[in-house]
Design a protein around this ligand. Structure first.
Ligand code: BG6
Length: 475
């Protein structure tokens, strides 16, 4: 496996710790080697030392031991190269030639997307893109439909679609996969999983983190391109899609694309009514003062990049007509919490005072939990109703199992060549086709992003979006 961008945050913070865990669990092919490549001038030992420092910080102490690290580090090599220069790939080819490889090679592009096209082309010119290779692309693929198409075309000119793995790490999360199990392995929900019974759906991915040292990237991307175009839309697809015929790459992805294509366009003045764009200003998180976004490292002082987005989406199909899907994501929010809320409609005829409609809450993180809110009777005389919960904490249900990081699962899928949990070309493009008019609407009817103090769940306008319809966010 070659990791381009091997000194970047993604490689050191996510990929190497995930590979270390897989190695420790004996899941990596015995002869698999990992070559990191980046511009920094380091030798092999220096890279191994850097990787060790970062993995030690990332991996639980109980999972890290020196012998395992030594055997993992033996797989690890480093090549300093400028990825934008074609000639450097000749050097890479010679380096690889000196290390015979009987298996296919995996290229992991943990770089900025503007390098994707060049890297694919350079690999082809250097004769490194044979049919036994695979390429993994990190999101976001491009920054608009047009640029995504260009990237996809450039990649497609070198690699066939089954060789391409477009990663969205949310699909590697246990609870996200559990959502499919919940929907498609239980007969209970299917009859009521539709407009007739569901009032609305909320999908929130709230983070307390700011942009850390990713300001340079984030300031150009913003929450819409960084989170909504990929993670939130993927979650929406899994909630809304029809049951695939089989659990395989084509069947699952066919169903997801249908949902993306059925998303009702939000364009022109509708953008103002159905979306909220926010940016955090100074505030407090867990008692700690944090600075405004525009004072973060590598962020422009007059930046108008959004760190928060809320959208009222709708799906124009038979199952979901008229059911709003409220999407929300933001940095520096009150609490780290990703969850999906299915709000059912009230009972058709209210027999009892105080009865509330049922809610199914699927928490993805920090806890993996599925909670069904029901109404019950308080003990004693009379029919005093009270909300009660069927509460399934998945960490408690499977206490003996180590929780895999999403990247572990997905890296293993790439190694095994299973692309079920990866985004197909048309899927990425369909997602951009829906996002583009919103971005355009923001530009054409420009308004500064709504400020919200760090430590709050976004600007007030995000609450209004629901309140106007007599609803509220589950917080
Ligand atoms: C990444 C985004 O894809 O997902 C980050 O680029 C974000 O900005 C991260 O912080 C969130 O992932 P998770 O797994 O921590 O919810």
């Amino acid at each position: 496996m070659l990791v381009f961008g091997g000194t970047g945050d993604l490689a050191l913070h996510k990929l190497l710790p995930a590979l270390y865990h897989l190695h420790r669990d004996g899941r990596l092919p015995a002869d698999m080697r990992i070559l990191a490549a980046a511009r920094n001038v380091l030798n092999r030992a220096e890279y191994q030392a850097l990787a060790e420092r970062r993995c030690r910080a990332q991996v639980a102490r109980s999972d890290f031991d020196n012998d395992t690290w030594a055997s993992f580090a033996a797989r690890l090599d480093y090549l300093a190269m400028d990825l934008s220069q074609s000639a450097e790939f000749g050097r890479l080819a010679r380096f690889l030639g000196a290390h015979a490889c009987n298996r296919g090679r995996i290229y992991y592009l943990a770089t900025a997307p503007d390098l994707f096209e060049a890297i694919a082309e350079h690999l082809a010119i250097a004769g490194l893109a044979g049919s036994d290779t695979r390429i993994v692309l990190e999101k976001p693929i491009g920054r608009s439909l047009e640029s995504a198409r260009e990237i996809n075309a450039a990649i497609g000119a070198v690699f066939s679609e089954p060789q391409v793995f477009r990663i969205d790490h949310y699909l590697g999360k246990e609870t996200v996969q559990n959502l499919m199990a919940l929907r498609f392995a239980n007969a209970l929900f299917e009859p009521i999983w539709r407009a007739g019974h569901i009032d609305h759906v909320q999908i929130s991915v709230n983070e307390t983190l700011g942009v850390e040292n990713r300001g340079a990237y984030y300031d150009k991307a913003g929450a819409m391109r960084d989170m909504v175009q990929n993670h939130l839309l993927q979650l929406l697809c899994l909630v809304a899609m029809e049951a695939p015929v089989r659990f395989d790459a084509e069947s699952v992805r066919n169903e997801k694309v249908k949902i993306l294509e059925a998303l009702k366009p939000i364009a022109g003045l509708d953008v103002h009514d159905k979306t909220v764009r926010g940016q955090y200003v100074a505030g407090k998180i867990g008692g700690q003062e944090v600075p405004a976004y525009y004072f973060e490292k590598h962020v422009d002082n007059d930046s108008d990049t959004e760190t928060f987005v809320a959208i009222q989406a709708e799906i124009d199909n038979w199952r979901w007509a008229g059911v709003p899907f409220y999407l929300r994501t933001g940095k520096r929010m009150a609490k780290k919490c990703s969850e999906i809320v299915i709000q059912f409609k009230p009972v058709p005829h209210r027999l009892f005072e105080g009865s509330q409609a049922n809610r199914l809450v699927i928490s993805l993180q920090p806890e993996e939990r599925i909670t069904l809110q029901l109404m019950g009777k308080s003990p004693g005389k009379g029919m005093q109703l009270t909300p009660i919960e069927l509460d399934l904490n998945l960490a408690q249900v499977f206490p003996q199992k180590r929780r895999w990081d999403a990247y572990e699962r997905l890296l293993l899928d790439v190694i095994e060549g299973d692309s079920t949990l990866f985004m197909r070309r048309d899927e990425v493009e369909a997602a951009w086709a829906w996002i583009d008019p919103i971005l355009k609407g923001w530009q054409d009817n420009y308004q500064d992003p709504r400020p919200y103090p760090a430590g709050r769940n976004g600007p007030e306008q995000a609450n209004t979006l629901l309140e106007l319809a007599g609803r509220e966010w589950e917080d």
